[in-house]
Design a protein around this ligand. Structure first.
Ligand SMILES: Cc1cc2nc3c(=O)[nH]c(=O)nc-3n(C[C@H](O)[C@H](O)[C@H](O)COP(=O)(O)OP(=O)(O)OC[C@H]3O[C@@H](n4cnc5c(N)ncnc54)[C@H](O)[C@@H]3O)c2cc1C
Length: 499
């Protein structure tokens, strides 16, 4: 069932024996609630309602004192379904390589491996309404074939979710499941430990009328996103100085995002261009783009409109490439992908298209979520973000694009034209984060290396778990949500086995 805590006249939690209490009904929280065993009595607490409201959203306001970051209250959404209410839907699992420790990358290496998440890939695809049939590597076309001949890059694919809006897609399942009690407008503001400080006793929960309740359970899970998970732990410092799980001052540290930028344009070799032109409806990407345009009146109208307004129009046909492990190790850089977007024919530009790059950030303890002095309406200290872009983050973009350009030329596909700012200090202003909040309650082998263990349980506690990308040890280059769902399905299996 789903109920509204604002309507509660009496304490709805009193006398209920909940097995599991989940804080946050976004991608991770809803996945976990639905995949926990039906024999478990589950309480799912969501701070917002069915839809956007400014009173809930304002809880997300904070400040950034570090490198230029998007306003943390804009990227996130605080109501049922969380940020899935406006996510893009691009999905790809992390590479096996991402889980390995790298000698040149301090704090790399997860306590789990890609193989631990593999059994959850297909079920995660189902949750995210992805095709099981689409391949993770791009089917061959002339460009793909030639680049695949290069040992340094391979063509890859992202699957695209409809995108699944978790709040609307799974609302009726939440309503119908008799073992799940989901309360909206139920904000958790504090984690209360029992007399044994390794055990969580209850969440303090408040509605917007100012009434406070206690939610007790055997197991507790924080699933409030990569910024809010550490904020809740840090704010819960009435019984433990520095906050719950923060005995080694790691909560909030290692904040990572993915970096996007447009570092180059490209021009095809004449011979390759002619080959592509002579196969206009072949499976080359230029051919596919043309087919797409010719067959679709709506796209033609949009393009005409963009042309009239002289806006550079790039294809939506996807061509992703990622570096080989050999290249990453030889260059000692972070993981990344490049995508080539072909310019609309007839725009009159000199180049054939633009290269967009998405890259990993190095785990950096100085890049972190802290608490500011300002309080929200529940009396919780607001987020103070100190986002840092490191020298290795920048070097990855530069070296990555240069190596891609070399492969492009060596294979006689064409030439890339680097932007003027790529090799200058201006690059820092050109990279943009994309709301993938990772690393702030990272998974580690021991409490000295992480906030949660390999089961996502907070070190030093017996019954507190964290779900979502805050537990990522490193970020890889793939968008995070598919991995979040895989890990949450694994967490559900774990909790089902211990409760
Ligand atoms: C514009 C945009 C585009 C994106 N595109 C992609 C993409 O293409 N591919 C991809 O993989 N990822 C993408 N993402 C990231 C994706 O949205 C997140 O990875 C995903 O939503 C994280 O899920 P989550 O459940 O961990 O957190 P959230 O979705 O943030 O959910 C957290 C939930 O907790 C609730 N909550 C918060 N605090 C409390 C509290 N104190 N008490 C009770 N409830 C609380 C919130 O209301 C929310 O419902 C995008 C994000 C944005 C912003």
């Amino acid at each position: 069932m789903i109920a509204d805590l604002n309507d509660a006249l009496q304490d709805p939690f009193a006398g209920s024996n909940y097995d599991v209490c989940i804080c946050g009904a976004g991608v991770a929280g809803i996945t976990l609630a639905l995949k926990l065993s039906k024999r478990l009595n589950v309480l799912l607490l969501e701070g917002g309602g069915f839809d956007y409201s400014s009173e809930s959203q304002s809880v997300y306001q904070g400040e950034n004192v570090g490198d230029d970051y998007v306003d943390p209250s804009i990227g996130r959404l605080r109501f049922l379904g969380g940020a899935s209410n406006h996510w893009g839907g691009d999905c790809r699992p992390l590479d096996s390589y991402d889980f390995q420790p790298k000698a040149y990358l301090p704090d790399s290496g997860w306590p789990i491996q890609a193989s631990d998440l593999k059994p959850y890939l297909k079920p995660a695809e189902t949750m995210l309404e992805l095709s099981h049939d689409d391949p993770w590597v791009e089917p061959s076309g002339p460009l793909q074939e030639r680049l695949d001949a290069s040992p340094s890059f391979q063509s890859i694919n992202f699957k695209v979710s409809p995108p699944t809006r978790f709040g609307t897609r799974y609302r009726s399942e939440l309503e119908q499941r008799s073992n799940i009690s989901c309360y909206l407008n139920a904000s958790v503001l504090d984690l209360q430990l029992s007399e044994d400080p390794s055990s969580l006793d209850h969440f303090r929960v408040r509605n917007y009328a100012g009434k406070e309740f206690q939610a007790k359970a055997r197991i507790f899970v924080l699933a409030t996103g990569g910024i809010e998970n550490p904020r809740l732990l840090l704010n819960s410092d009435r019984q433990v100085p520095g906050g719950v799980g923060n005995q080694n001052q790691l909560v909030g540290r290692y904040f990572m995002d993915h970096l996007f930028c447009d570092p180059a344009e490209f021009i095809f070799e004449d011979a390759f261009s002619e080959y592509v032109d002579s196969n206009p409806f072949g499976d080359s990407f230029k051919g596919r783009l043309r087919q797409h345009i010719c067959e679709n009146q709506w796209i033609r109208d949009v393009i005409d409109d963009l042309r009239e307004r002289d806006i550079d129009c790039l294809s939506s046909v996807r061509n992703f490439f990622s570096p080989s492990l050999e290249l990453l190790e030889a260059e000692r850089v972070l993981n990344f992908n490049v995508r080539m977007r072909v310019r609309t024919p007839g725009h009159g530009e000199l180049t054939d298209g633009r290269i967009i790059m998405s890259s990993e950030q190095a785990p950096n303890p100085l890049s972190r979520i802290m608490l500011g002095d300002d309080l929200d309406q529940f009396g919780m200290r607001r987020v103070k973000l100190d986002w840092k872009v490191s020298a290795l983050d920048i070097e990855t973009i530069r070296r990555g694009i240069i190596r891609f350009g070399e492969a492009f030329a060596r294979l006689e596909l064409g030439r890339i034209k680097m932007t003027d700012w790529l090799l200058t200090d201006e690059i820092a202003a050109r990279v943009r984060p994309v709301h993938h909040h990772m690393g702030t309650t990272r998974m580690g082998e021991s409490p000295r290396e992480g906030v949660v263990d390999s089961t996502q349980k907070v070190f030093g506690t017996k019954n507190l778990y964290v779900a979502g990308s805050s537990v990522f040890t490193t970020g890889g280059h793939a968008n995070p949500t598919l991995t979040i769902v895989q890990m949450t399905l694994r967490l559900a299996d774990h909790i089902n086995s211990v409760v």
